[in-house]
Design a protein around this ligand. Structure first.
Ligand SMILES: *Cc1c(COP(=O)(O)O)cnc(C)c1O
Length: 435
């Protein structure tokens, strides 16, 4: 499979190159030259495949022969090694729990797969690879855990100082070895800007083997399609319409779902559920894409003012907003509504949902009301474990949220970070002096 940039559709690179570069030279994002498709029989026989088998069959289509089958199998086995249950909260409503990985958020899927893939691709390299990751909270720790201890790869996590939760910060700053946390005095968008700018800086580009692990990396996007397929499998030949509500920020998660649909997965509609950072919601309703500074919310992993994967969605729909609107709805909600959502899911279903999932829940509810639908199979994508947002959730439901063991462990470790202001020169000096 060859990959092209969302900004120039005629330059193709290999999967390896797309993965190692992260971003295309022209600043665009990589897309598969052709979206592969599933055979009808594969879709009909989904129930016969395990999650790992689904991952393997799907990955093969995107990678071709650039990774041998045996190696790919190993990568899949190492990265898809936690459960992805679909919980029924009522007859038509299901919660897809994507938080059973090491850092308790869906980003573990992409991060684990990407880390193993990169490890494979750089093993013949003599020089160290430097990975820069801007994180609004969850990306950094997922990526860090994926790469932790991987030889030949050094990771810098850039996170906005004071804008991630206590627990998220602990997860970001308590790994050692090849992982360094950079605490940036600015917003997530500043962090993302620094990373993007580093890639276009010829001095840094020559001095370091830079790579990116943000949701812009195609190796993070591909494995995110696996759980949509696995969820449809778990709906067991539903004859109802199928709808997924996806809590969205940088739009990577939903893009993976849209790609799975394009491959032939029977999903009728996606909801891009956003918080007050509603640039994409506004785009779908008004037709203008107007990036803004991000604002802070309880669902902070969605606090993105200029969602990168918008370029991929546009490419997927050939810039046609009408087609896009046929398959994607979008609604945005503020923190107050988010809290109401957490409360309602708890009181109505006895289920503890995190602030991101809560935005997905209320967006779904709103859609079903507006569309006067009550007989669709609805899947709320629950992107994080509620314990990651313990304070907010406990206050909303007035009950305790238990902390899973794997999270409790890192809370006892000491924080290590390097504080930098948000100027590019500062960041550049730091990188040049460290390497
Ligand atoms: C990253 C993240 C999101 C947003 O996903 P995108 O792919 O950026 O749209 C939603 N919820 C949680 C918990 C996240 O970590």
């Amino acid at each position: 499979m060859k990959y092209f940039s969302t900004r120039s559709h005629n330059n193709f690179v290999s999967f390896r190159e797309a993965v190692l570069n992260g971003l295309a030279l022209d600043g665009g994002l990589f897309m598969p030259g052709k979206i592969p498709s599933f055979s009808k029989s594969f879709i009909e026989k989904l129930h016969a495949f395990s999650f790992q088998e689904i991952g393997f069959e799907t990955a093969k289509k995107f990678i071709g022969d650039e990774i041998g089958e045996q190696k790919l199998l190993e990568i899949i086995e190492h990265s898809l090694n936690f459960p992805v249950p679909l919980i029924d909260i009522d007859e038509n409503t299901h919660i897809l729990e994507l938080f059973h990985g090491p850092t308790l958020a869906f980003k573990d899927f992409g991060a684990q797969f990407m880390a193993r893939t990169m490890e494979y691709f750089v093993k013949d390299f003599n020089e160290e690879i430097v990975i820069l990751v801007a994180t609004s909270g969850d990306t950094g720790s997922a990526v860090a855990h994926g790469f932790y201890g991987v030889e030949g790869i050094k990771v810098y996590l850039l996170y906005p100082s004071g804008k991630v939760s206590y627990i998220q910060e602990k997860q970001l700053t308590t790994l050692d070895k090849n992982i360094t946390a950079l605490e940036i005095e600015g917003t997530f968008d500043d962090c993302q800007y620094l990373v993007k700018k580093a890639f276009t800086d010829s001095y840094l580009k020559n001095k370091l083997n830079l790579s990116s692990a943000n949701s812009i990396n195609i190796a993070r996007l591909i494995p995110q399609s696996f759980y949509y397929i696995n969820a449809v499998k778990q709906l067991k030949h539903s004859t109802k319409k199928i709808i997924f509500s996806v809590p969205s920020g940088n739009l990577g998660n939903i893009t993976a779902g849209l790609i799975a649909k394009k491959m032939g997965l029977p999903i009728d509609l996606f909801i891009a559920a956003t918080n007050s950072n509603d640039v994409f919601t506004n785009y779908l309703s008004m037709g203008n894409f107007e990036p803004r500074k991000s604002v802070q919310t309880y669902s902070n992993a969605m606090d993105v003012g200029n969602p990168s994967n918008f370029e991929r969605i546009k490419t997927l729909y050939e810039n046609n907003i009408v087609k896009m609107r046929n398959e994607i709805e979008s609604f945005s909600f503020d923190d107050e509504k988010t809290i109401d959502g957490i409360k309602e899911v708890y009181s109505k279903y006895g289920y503890i949902i995190d602030p991101h999932g809560a935005v997905g829940y209320i967006a779904l509810k709103k859609y079903l009301e507006l569309a006067k639908q009550n007989n669709m199979d609805s899947v709320i994508v629950e992107t994080a474990h509620p314990a990651k947002f313990k304070d907010v959730v406990e206050e909303a439901i007035n009950a305790e949220v238990k902390i899973p063991q794997r999270l409790a462990e890192c809370l006892n470790k000491e924080k290590h970070s390097i504080v930098l202001d948000s100027k590019f020169e500062t960041f550049k000096d730091f990188l040049s002096n460290t390497h």
